[in-house]
Write a protein that binds this ligand. Sequence first.
Ligand SMILES: [Zn+2]
Length: 202
Amino acid sequence: MPLDPAFALALPAEDLDQLERQGDVVYAVSDQHRLVYFNAAWERFARENGAEWPSRTLSLGASVIEATPAALRGFYEELFASARRAGAPVDHEFECSSPRALRKLRMRVYPLTPAGWLVTSAVVVESLAPAPDPAFVEAAYVDANGLITMCAHCRRTRRADAQRAERWDWVPAWVARLPDRTSHGLCPGCFSYHYPSSPPRG
Ligand SMILES: [Zn+2]
């Protein structure tokens, strides 16, 4: 797990383990927007989008602002700054289609104390709106106990069919109206941010 030692102090080890096991992209940057941590999913995502993410941006210390197209740099600097001012997470949705998939991502920027930010990206599942296909829902989100788990903070929904790593998707239809038999949990990003010194979830 690529990790700047200074950042290790900002989050307890068990929180980092949670973030590392996630299938969603997670990274953290310093106050100068330099990479201090990224998880395995980030590395995978960066490789799949090689044209936008040259390999030098995979290194700790690289500036995520410099790796952003020039026209968008001001926007992202302001996004980070707004989370800092608010003292609370801010969200941004954007199109990020790959050669194989049409895709929309929802980015959440958590301001860290005392400095820097933690960033997560979740897939936005719009195809479920407005009428979910029951078979798809069963396969993707209903767990062995017949429950759908939604994060109590960011309202992303846990994938029950994720093979190797935890994944939490943003499903707008379910935010508008909760599905039956929803239970509330915490996604790893919100768990780390809102409950930084808590013991690991049971
Ligand atoms: Zn969450």
